[in-house]
Write a protein that binds this ligand. Structure first.
Ligand code: MG
Length: 438
């Protein structure tokens, strides 16, 4: 079992992710990226403990550690990019309260790519990180990354409409940034759960629809134009329309992709193979092209860089605006949605209704032989997209079979123009796996 998952190291604090591990991970990044390294954390109860250990590890390896305190992940990433230094975020993003995580950031602001995590893991496991002599240990510096991030986002858009927005930060790090960004844009802002609290008393850090009842209700009562909710580290944003209805993340991804392609007169949009067909439909209709990647935001960012993409994102509310930052950014997502509403003069529900509708089903089955499944899928479907499992596209839908890299399961995704078609494709996925696994 590998230490680094899709988004760095994650686990239950003080059990699976300990202060000792955080200390060594601090040494690992200082070995790979010596100099000055910035560190920030989310609001979790274990975050200060783990952040202190990371800071100590960095200094013990001879680098200077910059403590940025509590900040959204994209604010730390923006700071790293502007100062051309590596960074570390202590966060478990959307995971439940008891979890925490450690994620490394490159000097360009992007998360560590897969091969960089693998190199980090080698150094961690072999303990071949640097330990500085007594008189060469690093020092502790303090700085802040909130203001530069807030002002850059507020200055990146231009509209003179007084939007009413309800913001639910879920007591996470976004409380420090999104309400302030919107105030600077002269919006009327009503914040709920915008006090920092690592117990997450109001809701789980993951902004799923069933957790957002208060947001929906408040949007309607406040007669707001838009409702937004972040995950714990505010790199993701999900939305509620002016009627209090939850907006599908896939439809939002498609809407934003379309906006970028239209503004740019074409261009490449990057998204994982698990994303809804509505993204491809919207992008192609606007004259752009979709490039599919494996699942996970670091690989989306990497391919965006290689292909010089104009926009990218995942179907979970993680949107990437490369002119600003090569990483998911919840704060930027909010202002970009308002920009679309301003430029089109349409409400968010109208805009979303213009996005093609599909039905998606997701599930998993037991699978203990990943290699065999991948090999057989290649034989059975030579024309499918094999970037991550096999995505088989049909006229009226698609099917993705994706064995997990970390668990003994295979995931099935099926999407169709109708619910029946999605169900039919899902059953097809089950029977393909059955024929392979016996
Ligand atoms: Mg997150």
């Amino acid at each position: 079992m590998s230490l680094f998952g899709t988004n760095g190291v994650r686990g239950i604090a003080n059990e699976e992710l300990t202060a000792e591990m955080a200390l060594d991970l601090g040494r690992v990044i200082a070995t790979l990226k010596p100099g000055r390294i910035a560190v920030a954390c989310d609001t979790r109860l274990s975050s200060f403990m783990l952040k202190s250990a990371v800071l100590a590890g960095i200094m013990s390896a001879g680098s200077d550690a910059i403590d940025l305190g509590i900040a959204p992940t994209p604010a730390l990433q923006f700071y790293a990019k502007n100062n051309r230094i590596a960074g570390v975020v202590v966060t478990a993003s959307h995971n439940p309260r008891e979890y925490n995580g450690i994620k490394f950031v490159q000097e360009n602001g992007a998360e560590f790519f897969r091969e960089m995590d693998e190199e980090s893991e080698k150094i961690y496991n072999s303990k071949t990180f640097k330990i500085a002599r007594w008189n060469e240990v690093g020092t502790l510096l303090r700085d802040e990354c909130i203001e530069p991030y807030v002002s850059a986002i507020a200055e990146s858009v231009d509209f003179d409409k007084k939007f009413r927005v309800v913001v639910d930060c879920g007591n996470g790090a976004g409380s420090l940034t999104t309400p302030e960004i919107l105030k600077r844009l002269d919006c009327e802002v009503l914040g709920i759960n915008c006090n920092l609290d690592g117990r997450f008393p109001a809701r789980n850090p993951e902004p799923v629809e069933k957790e957002l009842g208060l947001l929906k209700k408040t949007v309607v009562e406040f007669r707001a134009d838009l409702g937004v909710a972040h995950d714990g580290d505010a790199d993701r944003a999900v939305f509620v329309d002016e009627k209090g209805e939850f907006v599908s993340e896939d439809a939002m991804l498609a809407l934003m992709a379309k906006h970028y392609v239209e503004k740019n007169g074409g261009g490449i949009v990057v998204t994982p193979v698990s994303s809804s067909r509505c993204v491809e439909d919207a992008v192609e209709e606007a004259g752009g092209e979709v490039v599919y990647t494996a699942v996970g935001s670091p690989v989306v960012a990497k391919v965006m860089m290689e292909k010089k993409a104009i926009f990218g994102g995942e179907g979970n509310g993680g949107l990437i605006f490369p002119e600003h930052l090569l990483a998911r950014d919840g704060g930027m997502s909010v202002v970009k949605v308002l920009e679309i509403m301003y430029e089109t003069g349409k409400s968010i529900s109208e805009l979303i209704s213009e996005i093609p509708k599909y039905y998606m089903l997701k599930g998993k089955v037991e699978c203990r032989n990943k290699e065999k499944v991948l090999r057989e899928l290649r034989k059975m479907f030579p024309d499918a997209n094999h970037v991550d499992g096999a995505r088989i596209d049909y006229e009226d839908g698609w099917l993705l079979i994706r064995p997990s890299g970390t668990e003994p399961i295979a995931r099935i995704y099926a999407e169709g123009k109708t619910k029946q078609r999605a169900e039919e494709l899902y059953r097809e996925g089950q029977s393909i796996l059955k024929s392979i696994l016996g």
